[in-house]
Each structure stands twice: as structure tokens, then as C-alpha cells.
Design a protein around this ligand. Structure first.
Ligand SMILES: Nc1ncnc2c1ncn2[C@@H]1O[C@H](COP(=O)(O)OP(=O)(O)O)[C@@H](O)[C@H]1O
Ligand SMILES: [Mg+2]
Length: 219
């Protein structure tokens, strides 16, 4: 079976700026069909190329990240002409949901941020940037005490420069600060984890993230 066969009959899970996700079954397994929609404001040829490239990049990076021991949904199928991926459906709250859950003990959240940092560090040390690391693009399939899974890697890179790595760090820091009162402790945990995952690069990447923060603030 290919993504072309699996007509998206299931309920829509999410409709974002770029893509629609629908619940489907793939070989009897619960899955999500992610389809990049056409954007009428783009010239047709460009639109076609962008949707295809982002679908391809996302599939590649999801698979490459897994090889580094970083959790991502399995890619069950790729249908480039139709800009579709069939992805393993993971359970769990997003990072955003964790940060917004007022009942979670701070220590639990710190653990989650530490593991997120470690996972991101491993991704970076393996030569992959995420490219769109918002708190909705991280899931905790086993709950806040388990490892994070990274979603939505279509803006990522296989040969990232320091700037791209710094932006990944910066985006997490900004989301934590905007969503939680104890942001300092959580960002600290995130940095500790990051240094474990990316021991050689952590210092430079953190310095770049700090420079980006300064630039954004005084822009
Ligand atoms: N494999 C998955 N398992 C479970 N939920 C997912 C999965 N992929 C995406 N989601 C959910 O759908 C939302 C949107 O998916 P995402 O891949 O980030 O698309 P978009 O490009 O529209 O942001 C995510 O924030 C997450 O809540
Ligand atoms: Mg997303």
C-alpha cells in the first residue's frame, strides 16, 4: 500500500499553515497522513517544488534523526507527487501542553526539559538542525518522564551552520519563557541536557543563541 492508496478518510487532526494531518490506518496501524496543501498565492511551479522539497526533507530528516537515537515518528510511506507522508501516530502531550499544565510539579517539567535538551544536543551533534523548534513540534509519547519526540522537520538542515543551531536553542528558550513562570529553572535544565547531548558544540551554540536573543531584543 502506498500513501496514494490510503485515501484520507479519517478525521482531521490538525490543519496548520502548510499541512493537513488526518488520522488513517496503515497496515492496521494507527497513522497520520500529512499532506502539504497548495498555496494559491505562490506561482504554480514554485508551489509544486516547495511542497515536494519540504515533504522530501521532512521524510529524510525524520529517518536520519532516528538513526542518531533521537525519537521521531516512523515514516511509513512517502508519496512525493502528492506531497504526502504517512507517519506513525504517537501519543502524548506536546511540550506546549506540558508547559501549560499548571498541575505538573516543577521537577517533572525540569526532567522533561533536560531530556529535550539532550535529544536536541544529540540531533545537533549528529549534524541536523530542526529549523522550526516550537513547543508544538515536540511530543512526549511516554509522558513527561519519557524521552521527547521531534516532529515537523521540514525546515531542518543536514549541514546546519552555527546560526541555525542557535536558532533551535533560541526558539525553545523563548517558548519556555512565554509559557511558564519558572522559566529560569527550566531553561537551565534544558541547557544542562543540551551539554550532555552535544558536549563539544554546546558552548558555541549557546553563545550564538544568546547573541540571537540580543539581536531580537534590540532590533
Ligand atoms: N506523528 C504524530 N503523532 C501524533 N501527533 C502528531 C504527529 N505529527 C503531528 N502531530 C500533531 O499535529 C500537529 C501538527 O503537525 P506538524 O507535523 O507539526 O504539522 P504543521 O506543519 O502543520 O505544523 C502537531 O503539533 C502535533 O500535535
Ligand atoms: Mg508543526
Amino acid at each position: 500500500m502506498t500513501a496514494a492508496d490510503s485515501e484520507p478518510t479519517g478525521p482531521t487532526v490538525s490543519r496548520g499553515a502548510e499541512a493537513t494531518l488526518r488520522r488513517v490506518e496503515w497496515m492496521g496501524l494507527p497513522a497520520l497522513l500529512k499532506e502539504r496543501e497548495t498555496k494559491s498565492y505562490r506561482a504554480k511551479a514554485l508551489d509544486e517544488r516547495l511542497r515536494r522539497e519540504r515533504t522530501r526533507t521532512e521524510a529524510r530528516l525524520l529517518v536520519d534523526a532516528r538513526k542518531l537515537g533521537v525519537r521521531t515518528p516512523m515514516v511509513y510511506d512517502v508519496d512525493l507527487p502528492r506531497h504526502r507522508l504517512v507517519l506513525e501516530q504517537l501519543a502524548g502531550p506536546t511540550l506546549r501542553e506540558l508547559l501549560e499544565n499548571l498541575e505538573l510539579p516543577l521537577a517533572t517539567l525540569e526532567g522533561a526539559l533536560r531530556r529535550l535538551g539532550e535529544g536536541l544536543g544529540r540531533l545537533h551533534a549528529g549534524g541536523i538542525s530542526h529549523g522550526d523548534l516550537t513547543s508544538s513540534n515536540v511530543l512526549f509519547p511516554d509522558g513527561p518522564d519519557g524521552p521527547p519526540a521531534f516532529l515537523d522537520l521540514s525546515m531542518g538542515s543536514r549541514s546546519p551552520g552555527l546560526e541555525e543551531l542557535g536558532i533551535d536553542l533560541h526558539l525553545v528558550e523563548e517558548d519556555v519563557k512565554s509559557l511558564h513562570d519558572a522559566a529560569d529553572a527550566l531553561v537551565r535544565a534544558f541547557h544542562e541536557g543540551y551539554a550532555l547531548g552535544n558536549p563539544h558544540g554546546a558552548k558555541d551554540v549557546r553563545a550564538r543563541a544568546k547573541a540571537i536573543r540580543g539581536r531580537v531584543r534590540y532590533a
